[in-house]
Design a protein around this ligand. Structure first.
Ligand SMILES: Nc1ncnc2c1ncn2[C@@H]1O[C@H](COP(=O)(O)OP(=O)(O)OP(=O)(O)O)[C@@H](O)[C@H]1O
Ligand SMILES: [Mg+2]
Length: 261
């Protein structure tokens, strides 16, 4: 196989797939997710967008193996999801840093769960803190950092796991718009750099489109993936693209799928 052909074959590898995935809570009375069918290819950036309660976090937690599905089949790297796994890492809206540990000590936490960090682990942690723009704050405590900086530490910690599938549940949702936009741009750069397959949850339609290769548009009661919108905007993306006609067409397409007109 030529290199280009091989690259194409690699790019098309499905790393997460769902067939009729459903989840009910409270003894079957709450259908959080129903009949979700999807294939996610390696290295893709997927945004999940939809109203509150439509099952976005549920879908992420199912993929992470934190909860069991009620129906359907869900596979990661070709094997059925049966519980948490090391090739998946998740990040939440709150940074949840340990206050008594410095930034680098927080980044090293996932490593410490498995073993004593080596010099290489510390070098990598410093490198990751550099990638998220915190080179000079590696030895600061969370209380000395702004909310945005704390989320950067959480992002570095996410990457320290070395997981090739990243799940982010409204990671920058609590931040102001400027900080969020800035972090989104950095997240895209880092994601492209490490090549991780990424699922990103947001309420924000523009943010969902701006980041993604594909937007899963979800609707509620019961939670469903109503539509998958392909985003063929060129990369690297710039904030300016958001005012262009092509971008606005995509916003329209997503809003229509949401029934938001
Ligand atoms: N542990 C649980 N027990 C019972 N019901 C739950 C549980 N987790 C979620 N649900 C229900 O499942 C539905 C989907 O919840 P989920 O948290 O996935 O929504 P979401 O799309 O992430 O919403 P939001 O945007 O508000 O975070 C909701 O109706 C919710 O009440
Ligand atoms: Mg949620």
């Amino acid at each position: 196989m030529t290199n280009t052909a091989k690259d194409k074959a690699d790019a098309a590898e499905v790393v997460v797939s769902g067939k009729g995935v459903g989840k009910t809570f409270a003894g079957g009375s709450v259908v959080a997710l129903e009949g979700a069918n999807f294939d996610i290819e390696r290295g893709k950036f997927i945004s999940l967008v939809g109203p509150s309660g439509c099952g976005k976090s549920t879908l992420l937690r199912l993929v992470a193996g934190l909860i069991d599905r009620s129906s359907g089949e869900l596979k990661v790297h070709g094997t059925s999801v049966k519980g948490p796994r090391q090739d998946i890492s998740m990040m939440f809206q709150k940074a949840t840093l340990l206050e008594w540990r410095t930034a680098i000590e927080n980044v090293l936490l996932p490593t410490e769960v498995h073993r004593k960090p080596t010099r290489d682990d510390r070098t990598r942690a410093l490198e990751l803190l550099g990638m998220v723009g915190l080179k000079d704050f590696a030895f600061s405590y969370p209380a000395q950092l702004s909310g945005g900086m704390q989320q950067r530490v959480a992002l570095a910690r996410l990457l320290q796991t070395g997981a090739d599938i990243l799940l982010l549940d409204e990671p920058f949702g609590a931040l102001d718009e400027f900080t969020r936009e800035h972090l989104n741009v950095e997240l895209m750069r880092i994601q492209a750099d490490v090549g991780a397959t990424t699922l990103f949850v947001t309420h924000n339609i523009s943010e969902a489109i701006f980041l993604a290769d594909e937007v899963f548009v979800m609707t509620s009661r019961p939670g469903r993936i109503a539509k998958v919108v392909d985003v063929n905007l060129p990369r690297p993306r710039t904030l300016k693209m958001q005012v262009e006609a092509e971008f606005n067409h995509l916003v329209e397409e997503v809003r229509e799928a949401l029934g938001a007109f």
